[in-house]
Design a protein around this ligand. Structure first.
Ligand code: PEP
Ligand code: MG
Length: 577
């Protein structure tokens, strides 16, 4: 049976079905004389809830980590939110609801608001309000759930829903895995399970009905599969899968902090892509040697108004300091295409991906652009700063962007503000015309970073967001591969380096071709870093070169992909996908 695999790992064990006491809300109204008493009941429940949440926060901080414990701080803040608590008291007074009913009605309104937001993360926040509401109601009614804070033996916990409060109070050292009917990849249970490295399957329909206490289970948290009382054959095959999986994890853990150097001594750099400073730790934990792409637009998108120079300065400084002395490539604002900024009042365009996007928008809104450049320059004294301009179409745009950067430097000099005058300047190569003129542009910059996510869509004229043309959108396409090779060669001839920060760099099979082509830096999502490092450390540069030369003569991507798989087998390289 299948759910959504949200935290990887394969475990075997006995089920513990966690049934929570049902909350029954009385529809009976109160008389006016009881209003005060009902509000008192509600206030007491708030105090009790806060005490419980403070304890859970401290427990989570010591058992899991500071970041995960902040969920409970958010819950406490909700209890302090007068808009929420005031509305509940108002419902008691106005409609003569019992306090538990008032909490339910108001919470449901808040939940609806969150569920309407077109963002998976924000929708998942509706679960937090449900969690808070259940806690207050249980405290009003004196309901106590079954104890999950102490298990005698190791168990796999099966539940309808596991709220952050449930996972926090759980006896986690005896929990082998979680299976729940509710939840998805970005729910807090998923985040918590990944941090604790407990395998988890969520969104598993009817889990509490089809699984009983004591059932023997196999849970595969990667594939999202759960086997209930499996036969011997399944057990045996999963035992093999489990030992293979943990052997690979161990291998990756052992190599992740080592250099990315081929077995015949060719060294490359493996870096991580981040959207916010919060993503940094994961890059460091996975052995990232730098930040190859800091997508600064998230700073703008996560704000209701334009972030000012100081806010930006602090964010850039934070990342630079934490990575120092390793390099950080800060990409200037890439808004437009599918990324919109409400407060910028941008015109609707017929072809937004071909319109006023990224550097083009920055040239249109020079003050906004210069604010960002000044913030980056000010932060540059705190670490190994690289600045990168996105969506460059020709050398003229590079010259124009550099001129604006120089204007900012002059302003800062006059104001007596310190900055590093030698920060490295680079561009993203994601438009075919820039790839074709890489030799010309190379005279103006210190590095290139190939953005294959866009380079693919512009080379193949296949919208990266459109499922119907996804058969064309392929970074193994020979046209794309030849452009990449051209860029790398042109940069090396001019003595500058080329990296890649598009998704292709983290594709294990593509990474062999790129290595062979001479790519200098690979930047990817944190979780891909160990497996790409492992491959690079196992292969010989000369074999990768031979492989990429062969591939560049092939006609289609199917042929390319199967050739790489077969060649890696011949070279006895064990690939972890
Ligand atoms: C790219 O285009 O490959 C890239 C890394 O930029 P983004 O995905 O942010 O457009
Ligand atoms: Mg791009």
């Amino acid at each position: 049976m299948k759910g959504i695999g949200v935290s990887p790992g394969i475990v075997f064990g006995k089920a513990f079905v966690y049934i929570k006491n049902e909350i029954i809300i009385s529809e009976e109204l109160i008389s006016e004389e009881l209003i005060e008493e009902e509000i008192k009941k509600f206030n007491n429940a708030i105090v009790k809830s806060k005490n419980q949440l403070n304890k859970l926060k401290e427990k989570t901080k010591s058992e899991v980590g500071q970041k995960e414990s902040e969920i409970f701080q958010a819950h406490i803040m909700m209890l302090d939110d007068v808009e929420y608590t005031g509305k509940i008291k108002y419902e008691i007074e106005k409609n003569l609801y019992r306090s538990e009913k008032a909490v339910k009605v108001v919470s449901e309104e808040f939940i609806k608001l969150f569920e309407c937001i077109d963002d998976e993360y924000m929708r998942a926040r509706a679960d937090d309000i449900k969690d808070i509401s259940d806690r207050i109601i249980k405290n009003i009614l004196g309901i106590i759930d079954s104890d999950i804070s102490n298990f005698d033996t190791e168990v796999i916990v099966i539940a309808n829903d596991l709220t952050p409060s449930d996972t926090a109070q759980m006896d986690k050292k005896n929990v082998l895995a979680f299976v729940a009917e509710i939840g998805g990849k970005t729910s807090h249970t998923a985040i918590m399970a990944r941090s604790l490295e407990i395998p988890a399957v969520l969104g598993f329909n009817d889990a509490t009905k089809v699984i009983s206490d004591g059932d023997y289970l196999i849970v595969d948290g990667l594939k999202g599969e759960v086997f209930v009382n499996p036969d011997n054959e399944t057990i045996e095959s999963y035992k093999i899968a489990r030992s293979d999986y943990y052997k690979k994890i161990k291998e990756l853990n052992n190599i992740k902090s080592l250099e990315a150097i081929t077995s015949d001594g060719h060294k490359v750099e493996i870096a991580g892509n981040i959207g916010t400073p919060d993503d940094l730790q994961s890059v460091i934990n996975n052995g990232g040697e730098g930040i190859g792409l800091y997508r600064t637009e998230f700073l703008y998108m996560n704000s209701d108004s334009m972030p000012d120079e100081d806010i930006q300065f602090k964010a850039y400084k934070d990342v630079l300091e934490k990575m120092n002395p390793n390099p950080v490539i800060i990409r200037t604002l890439d808004i437009g295409g599918d990324k919109n900024l409400e407060y910028l009042d941008m015109d609707k365009e017929l072809n937004p991906f071909l319109g006023l996007r990224a550097i083009r928008l920055c040239f249109e809104k020079v003050e906004m652009f210069k604010t960002q450049l000044r913030a980056i320059l000010r932060a540059s004294v705190y670490g190994n700063t690289h600045i990168m301009f996105p969506m460059i179409a020709n050398v003229g745009e590079v010259i124009k962007a550099k001129k604006l950067l120089n204007e900012c430097k002059e302003e800062l000099k006059i104001e007596g503000i310190k900055f590093n005058n030698n920060i490295k300047i680079g561009i993203m190569i994601e438009i075919p015309s820039a790839a074709m003129t890489a030799d010309i542009i190379a005279d103006e910059v210190d590095f290139f970073s190939i953005g294959t996510n866009d380079l693919c869509q512009y080379t193949l004229a296949a919208d990266r967001m459109n499922e119907k043309v996804s058969y064309l959108y392929d970074h193994f396409d020979i046209g794309v591969l030849r452009l990449i090779k051209k860029v790398i060669d042109a940069s090396h001839k001019k003595g500058i380096f080329t990296g890649m920060c598009g998704e292709m760099a983290g594709d294990i099979y593509a990474s062999v071709i790129l290595l062979g082509m001479g790519l200098d830096e690979f930047s990817m999502s944190a979780s891909s870093i160990p497996k790409v490092k492992k491959l690079i450390r196992e292969i010989k540069f000369k074999d990768a070169q031979e492989l990429s030369n062969k591939v560049l003569m092939m006609k289609n991507s199917q042929e390319i992909k199967s050739y790489i798989k077969q060649r890696l087998k011949e070279l006895k390289i064990d690939v972890i996908e």
